[in-house]
Design a protein around this ligand. Sequence first.
Ligand SMILES: [Zn+2]
Length: 129
Amino acid sequence: MTLSPIDDPLTAPFFHAAAEKRLTVQRCDSCHALRWPPLSGCPECRSRSTTWVDVAPRGTVWSFVVYHRAFQAALKDQVPYTVAMVQLDDGPYLIGRVTPTDDPLAVGDRVEAEFLDVDGLPAVRWRAV
Ligand SMILES: [Zn+2]
């Protein structure tokens, strides 16, 4: 059985926040490092004490790829689609789909989070601004 990310205790806070149109990441209670993806311990200081904190839903494209072949059957009607690694203004990097626009995406583009419902699950996508 596969646990839905909204039901997984490690990732649930992110998805519940996304459902409320907020972007949240873990902050280490010991060294205050922000991190994504969620982990049970801090990679910087190994503390296991964590608090979820809201961050600004904006960032800069650090890298991206355009998928021309679907890696999952459910995505075959969506190719080509773009997935970007975005460095948030608050520091951490998040990976996510990019909403297509008429202009081609470029490294360094500014993006803003969009909060969507995809098949009943909250999702975060990026839109160039
Ligand atoms: Zn830490």
